[in-house]
Design a protein around this ligand. Sequence first.
Ligand code: ZN
Ligand code: ZN
Ligand code: ZN
Length: 401
Amino acid sequence: MARETIKHFHRLRNTNSQKDSFLSTHNISVFASLTLSLSLEMETNATVAINISDDLYGLSGTKSDPRDLPEPDVHIVTCDALRIPAHSSILASVSPVLENIIDRPRKHRSSERVIPITGVPNDAVLAFLRFLYSSRCTEEHMEKYGIHLLALSHVYLVPQLKHRCIKELGQRLTIENVVDVLQLAKMCDAADLYLKCLKLVANHFKAVENTEGWKFLQDHDPWLELDILQFIDETASRKKKTRKLREEQRLYLQLSEAMECLEHICKEGCTSVGPYDMEPGHNRGPCSKFSTCQGLQLLIQHFATCKRRVNGGCLRCKRMWQLLRLHSSMCDQPDSCRVPLCRQFKLKMQQEKKKDDARWKLLVRKVVSAKTISSLSLPKRKREEELGETRSSHGIRTFRL
Ligand SMILES: [Zn+2]
Ligand SMILES: [Zn+2]
Ligand SMILES: [Zn+2]
């Protein structure tokens, strides 16, 4: 039934030959005149009159007594030719669009006023009228006719009802109804609801693709289909980019940890590697970053004994060399620093007057900021726990420089 309403709107859009914005305020008057011209035809057709109970106006339980209402002076006619008596003063006071229709001069003074509300089921029209009279809508009606009520509240400019529909439809989105709601949200300029639908479609596209709603959309609005597919594509590439950034950040964090371990090994020693002038075995239990520290110790031991060295093309030595250079670039106390080659690297850079190249500088900056970010984003105790947990996860072998 919702799709009938959407189809109805599509038809109107084609009639108005104004793409994409037929429901904008400007076009509502077109819509209104369309309904007016229809009303003349309606008058000649046989219609089913309905005897309204007091409750049609939704006044039971409120202070207003339906008996206070004047005689109905207008009829709302639905697409099934159901005639619902109503009061022009009330309709006009709630909806400026209905007011407009009511105020238009009639062709025949004697003919009775008829306002067709078509494209939605009878009961949706009744629920709409009930809201106009009482500003209320039951949960049950919202559940059944939320989509229609959204369309009606938009076309007839009833903002309170529109807000309520947007909110409730947003809470009732399912795989089955999401494409219908999405189309209507777009037609009714309900941007938040539209975005909510888009996200649901993007996250469950495999399932949504098989729904009737999606097939209907493909047949009736290929432009919107394209918009949705583009949104899904952009979401996916955004996710990919975020993941890549996160991985990079992890790498910089590992490097920053390696820098800490390097200083700690060269200053106080750790398990099997330490400064030459320090007693082995003294204070050398595994430290809190042992997985990184141990990898680094193995690398240092290799570096000290390797026969091929950096110039012989040894990749492990080259990696160690780069870690030492990285340390030197970050070190702010080269005179008292105990890390091998720290001062030599600094001197060499000064002598050659050669500034570090841009990529290297960027790397240094990222490693420094990774450390700052991680120490800011975690409270101290949490950070200590975190470090304990990652102990066994990544060794120095995961570094690629
Ligand atoms: Zn250590
Ligand atoms: Zn080597
Ligand atoms: Zn240093």
